[in-house]
Design a protein around this ligand. Structure first.
Ligand SMILES: NC(=O)c1ccc[n+]([C@@H]2O[C@H](COP(=O)([O-])OP(=O)(O)OC[C@H]3O[C@@H](n4cnc5c(N)ncnc54)[C@H](O)[C@@H]3O)[C@@H](O)[C@H]2O)c1
Ligand SMILES: [Zn+2]
Length: 329
């Protein structure tokens, strides 16, 4: 399945998202974005898939890894990767391959936008969250001690190659984490996707190819539609993607990031949607729906107010009154 992403402005930056079982083996024949390829992966994914991909690409590729996990998403990792790439003489004629989950995609995309004033990159997402969300849309970035994603750029990849078979090795907890974003798309934009997940969640959780591919393709299409219309989050359209995220982010902060992003978003969505079917579905998938013990609603509100005040913004809420349609308030 090929999903085109059309983005114009100064130059044509359109690209394709390809979703296909076994695609990773075909990647070498699809690439024509650079003379050499710097494959960036975290320590886990590097071992699982990075070495093999580099081998298939031959002499023109090198693997660059960093320790897995959100804690690596910082400027130190960016600098370390750039230094290693410099040592190997990578330059502007070359291309980066971001092979991994959202952490890798965000770091590698950020490196792409600053290395020698910018070199191209392609996304090869390996976690469900990255396949349905972070690899599409061109947001790159790293965290600072002061908070998450505070440094970053908008840079669209040259292509996104999604191989759902890679999810076989993804720990279940991380798969379930990514499912929160899929359910989110259903809530904000597609009643039929929500219904489909409700009907097929067991098959999806056991990675049955047809339903798995279907939810990935549907999610990418919904995100693509929004990004095409509001690439830089200026119209408020892209803001709908933040359904459940304002409360979710506050919960992540209050639990010192011990809770996964999707888990926190699931709790946040329940607070912003009164439809019982959402809570039921999240529970069936294995996601939490209640605010963790020890955290009061007043704590959450405080964090939200502080955050928004810092950004000088009005507090905008994404609400879902009817499954399939989000409203901003
Ligand atoms: N740029 C965006 O638009 C955007 C959107 C949403 C989230 N994000 C970012 O994405 C990040 C979270 O992404 P994530 O949940 O993918 O985290 P992650 O990249 O840390 O991956 C989760 C874990 O799964 C492992 N893993 C990944 N793929 C695997 C596979 N196929 N087999 C075995 N193990 C595998 C990783 O090594 C890691 O330990 C956050 O930093 C978040 O800010 C970015
Ligand atoms: Zn999210």
């Amino acid at each position: 399945m090929i999903i085109p992403v059309k983005l114009k402005k100064k130059e044509d930056r359109s690209y394709k998202i390809i979703v296909e079982d076994g695609l990773i083996d075909r990647i070498p024949s699809l690439l024509n974005y650079g003379v050499r390829y710097a494959v960036i992966a975290d320590s886990k994914v590097g071992k699982l898939y990075g070495q093999k991909l580099v081998k298939r690409l031959g002499k023109k590729a090198k693997l660059f890894t960093f320790p897995h996990g959100e804690r690596s998403k910082n400027l130190f990792t960016v600098e370390a990767l750039c230094k290693k790439m410099l040592k190997e003489n990578f330059d502007r004629h070359d291309c980066i391959i971001a092979l991994g989950g959202g952490v890798t995609g965000d770091i590698a995309g950020f490196v792409s936008s600053i290395y020698m004033r910018g070199i191209p990159y392609v996304q090869v997402p390996t976690s469900l969250l990255a396949m349905v969300d972070s690899s599409v849309g061109g947001k790159t970035g790293v965290d600072m001690e002061e908070g998450k994603n505070l440094l970053g750029t908008f840079l669209q990849p040259k292509a996104v190659y999604i191989d759902p078979l890679l999810l076989k090795t993804l720990p279940k907890k991380h798969f379930v984490n990514g499912m929160a974003e899929v359910v989110k798309y259903g809530c904000i934009k597609s009643k039929s996707l929500f219904r489909y997940i409700s009907k097929n969640y067991e098959k999806i959780l056991t990675l049955e190819p047809k339903p798995l591919n279907k939810i990935i393709v549907q999610s990418c299409k919904i995100k693509r539609d929004i990004v095409e219309k509001d690439e830089h989050e200026k119209l408020g359209l892209r803001m709908c993607l933040n359904f459940g995220h304002t409360i979710g982010h506050a919960i992540e902060k209050l639990t010192d990031y011990t809770i996964l992003h999707g888990e926190a978003v699931a709790i946040g969505m329940v607070q912003m949607c009164r439809d019982k079917r959402l809570t039921e579905l999240l529970k069936k998938i294995g996601l939490p729906t209640k605010i963790p013990k020890g955290i009061k609603k007043s704590h959450i509100l405080e964090v939200i107010k502080k955050d928004k005040k810092k950004k000088g913004k009005k507090i905008m809420h994404v609400l879902v009154k009817k499954i399939g349609k989000a409203i901003l308030k």
